[in-house]
Design a protein around this ligand. Structure first.
Ligand code: NAP
Length: 274
């Protein structure tokens, strides 16, 4: 049975030796979705596993309460600390990376397995098709509940669909306000019931964060501009990620779900940076 998809994901990139403590803290504060990757260059997946175990021991959550998402990353996105044999074929690399993820996370399955990025920025390639088929076999064997793709353009998604590939349950993209907050990809996802996960909502959109409109809405809602952006993301149907390392911001980010935004405020924010 697939676990319900939470309405906020805690992202574990760039935490290095704070990964374990911050993962445990995020769960303690109330996050029920954790995003990681078997890519040692940016993530310490084993630290996420340690954080989860600490949270289980402390009685904060059980495995079944947590939506766990990790990723397969091509060699070109990795450093020398590879979770697979680089001389093996891609399908074998996927199987080895998944096996290593399950060991890091001390579980027999993850809830979502994401292709970290296609092999080429230009289109959905034969390599991607091979990796995607291997990921589907992992899903069919019960090692992940659902599949996703990340760092994709509308062109990638159209080509994937045209190739007859199974479409993902999730798309995870860096969300730029100046591109209508990835409007075209979001529309594609909405049509196909794909859940759009948005990251770098604050860091990619500093001009919006400091815009007078955000200050006005934040003052009206008795919130911070960062909270308004996360609430806006939910309002337009995104599943937001936060990568905060601050306990106070963790609490604020989760609390943003309860802010009330007027429909015209959402519309204004959506078209702010275009
Ligand atoms: N698929 C991919 O290729 C990819 C790429 C990048 C990221 N991701 C995922 O997305 C996650 C999030 O990454 P991100 O780029 O969105 O975040 P991030 O780079 O980790 O940064 C979040 C930033 O926002 C600040 N922040 C968070 N909540 C705040 C609040 N309430 N008030 C003020 N500042 C706040 C944080 O500062 P403080 O720490 O001081 O709060 C931090 O500077 C990553 O951890 C990773 O899991 C995926």
């Amino acid at each position: 049975m697939a676990i319900a998809i939470p309405d906020f994901l805690y992202g574990t990139a760039w935490k290095e030796d704070r990964t374990q403590g911050l993962t445990e803290q995020a769960l303690r504060v109330g996050f029920r979705g954790i995003d990681t990757a078997n890519q040692r260059r940016h993530y310490v997946e084993a630290g996420v596993g340690e954080g989860l175990k600490a949270a289980y021991r402390a009685g904060i959550v059980k495995r079944a309460d947590v939506f766990l998402q990790t990723k397969f990353t091509y060699q070109r996105g990795q450093d020398h600390r590879l979770p697979y044999d680089p001389s093996a074929d891609l399908a074998t690399q996927v199987a080895q990376s998944m096996q290593s993820s399950l060991e890091h996370l001390d579980t027999d399955h993850v809830d979502s397995y994401v292709l970290h990025g296609p092999a080429s920025g230009y289109g959905w390639s034969e390599d991607d098709a091979e990796v995607w088929a291997a990921m589907a076999r992992e899903r069919d064997a019960g090692r992940t509940r659902q599949l996703g793709v990340s760092n994709v353009s509308l062109r990638h998604l159209h080509q994937m669909a045209a190739s007859g590939a199974e479409m993902p349950a999730f798309v995870q993209n860096r969300c730029f306000a100046r591109l209508g907050w990835d409007r075209d990809v979001r529309a594609f996802c909405a049509e196909r019931k794909i859940v759009y996960q948005g990251f770098s909502l604050l860091t990619a959109n500093v001009e919006v964060l400091h815009h007078p409109l955000l200050a006005r809405v934040a003052a009206r809602a008795n919130a911070t501009p960062a909270q308004v952006i996360f609430r806006f993301a939910l309002a337009v149907g995104m599943l937001p990620l936060t990568g905060t390392s601050s306990a106070e911001h963790m609490t604020q980010d989760l609390a943003s779900r309860h802010l009330a935004l007027a429909a015209d405020e959402v519309r204004h924010i959506e078209s702010l940076a275009e």
